[in-house]
Design a protein around this ligand. Sequence first.
Ligand code: AMP
Ligand code: MG
Length: 316
Amino acid sequence: MPILPATPEAIRQAAQALARGDIVAFPTETVYGLGANALDARAVAKVFAAKERPRFNPLIVHVPDLAAAELYAVITDTARLLAEAFWPGPLSLVLQKRPACGIADLVSAGLDTIALRAPAHPVAQALLAEVKLPIAAPSANRSGRVSPTTAAHVQAELGELPAMILDGGPCPLGIESTVVSVIGLEPGLLRPGALPREAIELVLGRPLARAKANHRGASPGQLAIHYAPATPLRLNVTRPEAGDALLAFGPDTPDFDGPTRNLSRQGDLNEAAAKLFATLRELDQMGATAIAVMPIPAHGLGEAINDRLQRAANRG
Ligand code: AMP
Ligand code: MG
């Protein structure tokens, strides 16, 4: 699909594509985003596959405004203060996710938190108004490359992978949003970005705390914000034992009487990624001695799936 100028008709088509589970690139005031319906785990998995992310980093979910944000997250007084001051705009807030709010677990990599932002770009706003769904969107580049600030950059990065690239011209700000966590007592800066720290501190009336341990950096197992199952994991298991709960993959599963969930009977890694976090939670609640995980291939989204499973297994 070519680049389409962001006319009202193209925006309508983009909204339809998102609603049927396709991925669409669109401009925001920061950088171009690669969007998916945040309620649809399969659509979100396509975003990770297109970016070739070796890890499941949590994605920012785009909403039109604070009222929409309330559907998915608990808005504390501090969060409200910041949203009222800076939304729509280049500020992403990490908030407590509402249980059963419908956002796919893969969006926040299994965390109980969610990053929300109301973008100011008119095309992003028009798309959100048309689609009436929350849009999970990281920057529309391959993993490890610079963020795209024009539609041509997106095409150079992702080629035919998005169903559509909406062209809204160059992004006015050109750097990513500032990410602030308002979980816990002290708001903390998780990622510097287009909204200066000073502007935020002025509104808060105090300095922003240093970012706490987040999913970046640090070694496996140290990542405080990562969801890890309480039940120990064993990886690459071909013969599950009594007391195990089996996390299976593919059509050929071992004979086993205990609780079993298959990430994808067809052996489809995108489907497996879409189900991974919700399935881990489910198996974690079965009172098993261990979660036995069948081997998962290493290609495509398998790399990110294995990375996540290894972290969960090494938790100590
Ligand atoms: P990108 O996907 O390139 O837009 O980057 C998303 C940024 O949002 C990353 O730097 C993440 O650290 C941050 N982020 C998104 N969701 C969360 C979350 N639930 N907790 C902490 N950080 C988050
Ligand atoms: Mg990025």
